[in-house]
Design a protein around this ligand. Structure first.
Ligand code: ZN
Length: 60
């Protein structure tokens, strides 16, 4: 918010930012290789999605 820095007290700033936190990404086990992957994304390990080979992992 565009408010002069000194006008926002430490307490107010910390209260506002108190809820900010880096989200832990959700991971599921890939049904093909079993490695953890992000749901609804192509597996970065084996390159499959919904049982189909989508990307050639070896070429990357
Ligand atoms: Zn996989």
């Amino acid at each position: 918010m565009a408010v002069p820095k000194k006008k926002v007290s430490k307490q107010r700033k910390r209260k506002r930012n108190g809820d900010k936190k880096a989200a832990v990404p959700t991971l599921v086990a890939c049904p093909n290789c079993g490695d953890p992957k992000i749901p609804h994304r192509v597996c970065p390990t084996c390159g499959t999605y919904r049982g189909e080979q989508v990307i050639d992992v070896e070429a990357l």
